[in-house]
Ligand binder design. Sequence first.
Ligand code: 8GT
Length: 154
Amino acid sequence: MTVETTASTRKHTEVAVGVLLRESDGALLLTSRPMGKPYAGFWEFPGGKLEAGESVEQALRRELIEELGVTIGAAHTWKVTEHDYPHALVRLHWCKVTEWTGEFEMREGQQMAWQQLPLQVHPVLPGAYPVLQWLSDERGLVFDAAYYEARQPA
Ligand SMILES: Nc1nc2c([nH]c(=O)n2[C@@H]2O[C@H](COP(=O)(O)OP(=O)(O)OP(=O)(O)O)[C@@H](O)[C@H]2O)c(=O)[nH]1
C-alpha cells in the first residue's frame, strides 16, 4: 500500500519564535541550532514547539528560559508563516520581543550572534526568510533571497 503524505493532510507543528531586538542599535538575535536536531548548525531565531495547552507567549517564554536563560516580557504574535520541511510542516508564530531579564547563557551548546541586516551568519533556516523580508522592508533595505541561498550548504 502506498501512503502519500501531502501538505494538505500533514499535521502542522506549531512553533513560537522570538525576534529579540536590541534597544541600542536594533540588532537581531540569531542562534545556531544545536547538534542532534534537524538542520543542526543552521542559524535561526530562538524558539521552539508549543507543548499541549500552551499559548504562543507561554511557549516562547519557556523556550527562551530553557535555551538562553533569559525571561522575556510581554510577547504578542506579529506574523504567522508556514514552511514545509521534509521533517515537518511547521506553522511559525513570530513575536517581536524588546524586553527581557537575565544574562544570556547558551544552555544547549549553541552559539548566539547579534546581527544587522543582511545577516552575516550562515546558513539560515529557509523558514525564516519571510521574516527577514519583513524586517528588511521595515528598515528600507532590500531583501535578496539569493544572498541567503548562496550561503546554504550544497
Ligand atoms: N526556533 C526556530 N524554528 C524555526 C525557525 N525557522 C523555521 O523554519 N523553524 C522550524 O521550526 C521548528 C522548530 O522546532 P525545534 O526543533 O527547534 O523545536 P524545539 O526546540 O521545541 O525542539 P525539540 O522539542 O524537538 O527539541 C523546526 O522544524 C525548525 O526547522 C526559526 O527561525 N526559529
